[in-house]
Design a protein around this ligand. Structure first.
Ligand SMILES: [Zn+2]
Length: 408
């Protein structure tokens, strides 16, 4: 009997740890309110977006991160947030280093959204901020509310969380010790007023050891939901009747797990190229997801216009500036500094699939190198105008950002 009880405990433990890894958004978007939202969104799209409209200018979106921590390891470092910001921008703009992993059968439908996420530099009251709030809490863990009509404690200071900032003007992201799911959200308007935003477990932000969701793509997936996307399998529990409303994603029975080999076929897409398990809106592991489709991008443009039409605000935006990282063993040196027509960047150890980005004072990327595996890079900077730049460099093991000045 004892062994039977132990066996059931074992099975329950497996179920619980498995549930922990799944996005907690599904029950919001399949609720009555969620279904009504998608009816309204699709009516809006058919009326306002009979053909695809591209954004005339890059939509700049201020983010505010609320790090709500109880134990010290939950109070994650600024560099983790910076790296998450970079992952968001790369993945949405399709500048991610692993686009070459998209199978050729799906490359032609891949898409980029012209959006730039930044950190808020102004509070709703106009005071300056880094866009990263740190709130200590007595609450040891948080879970998503049972439905959209229930206040969400993580988003309320008087319930142990941190009050949201104006959800018309910012996208709020809460980081905490989350139980029951890796992360959750819903398109804006699907929670109680002020509760809109994204919640994510502290171990699934940026590059982490939270395998298999360890490359910052939980937030990419949730941001897709926030802009109106559904899961790629249509949340229909394995039937082929549901839809994600996107024309260029294959019909898919259920979510994918682990890292499938291409092609992966199922009951709804029985022939090659099969289902698009490498889409950000699936559940395959972070290392195996690398694309949105153009159809999803069009849908997100419409979704953003429908739910957050006033979010674009470059004047309240800042980008990571200089940080020093004493806890990383990597040492980066720059020569000469200030620099002129050339800049030599050297690393004390070769980078592992590194990224180097030069940004101007407005956060705009003016030079980008990816897949760096060398221990130095010589950069031709002759085309840059004189002034201040930020060099952001990171790989799987470290993050660095340094202010440098270009002279004649
Ligand atoms: Zn999801």
């Amino acid at each position: 009997m004892k062994y039977i009880i132990l066996f059931f405990f074992f099975i329950c433990s497996i179920t619980l740890s498995y549930t922990q890894e799944i996005c907690g958004t599904e029950h919001f978007i399949t609720s009555e309110k969620g279904k009504n939202f998608y009816v309204q969104l699709n009516e809006y799209i058919q009326k306002e977006f009979p053909s695809v409209k591209s954004n005339k200018t890059t939509t700049v979106i201020p983010l505010v991160f609320h790090i709500v921590y109880n134990a010290p390891q939950q109070n994650i470092h600024d560099s983790v947030i910076y790296r998450q910001l970079d992952i968001l921008n790369n993945d949405f703009q399709r500048k991610n280093a692993d686009t070459n992993n998209t199978p050729s059968a799906f490359k032609s439908v891949s898409g980029a959204l012209d959006v730039e996420f930044c950190l808020a530099k102004q509070t709703p009251n106009g005071q300056s901020t880094t866009g990263i709030l740190r709130v200590q809490t007595a609450t040891t863990s948080f879970a998503s509310p049972v439905n959209y009509a229930v206040p969400d404690p993580i988003k309320r200071t008087n319930m142990g969380g941190s009050d949201s900032w104006n959800t018309e003007k910012y996208i709020n992201i809460w980081i905490c010790n989350l139980t029951g799911s890796t992360a959750y959200t819903a398109p804006k308007g699907n929670f109680l007023p002020g509760d809109d935003g994204i919640v994510c477990h502290y171990n699934h932000i940026g590059l982490t050891n939270g395998y298999p969701y360890n490359k910052g793509r939980s937030i990419v997936h949730e941001m897709g939901h926030y802009f109106g996307l559904k899961h790629i399998w249509g949340d229909d529990n394995g039937t082929c009747a549901g839809t994600d409303f996107i024309n260029d994603t294959p019909n898919q029975a259920n979510y994918s797990t682990n890292c499938p080999s291409f092609p992966l076929v199922d009951a709804c897409s029985p022939n090659s190229p099969g289902v698009m398990f490498m889409n950000y809106m699936d559940y395959s592991e972070d290392a195996c997801r690398n694309m949105f489709t153009q159809g999803q991008v069009n849908y997100m443009i419409a979704g953003m216009n429908f739910t957050i039409p006033n979010i674009h605000n470059p004047t309240t935006c800042s980008f990571p500036t200089e940080i020093s990282e004493k806890h990383f063993s990597q040492i980066v040196s720059f020569y000469p500094n200030p620099f002129s027509d050339n800049l030599l960047v050297s690393f004390s150890a070769p980078l592992q699939n590194g990224t180097l980005r030069i940004k101007d004072l407005n956060g705009k990327t003016v030079h980008l190198l990816q897949y760096i595996t060398a221990d130095s890079e010589k950069i031709n900077t002759s085309l840059l105008t004189e002034g201040i730049y930020f060099l952001e460099i990171f790989d799987e093991n470290f993050y660095s950002i340094k202010k440098l000045i270009k002279i004649k």
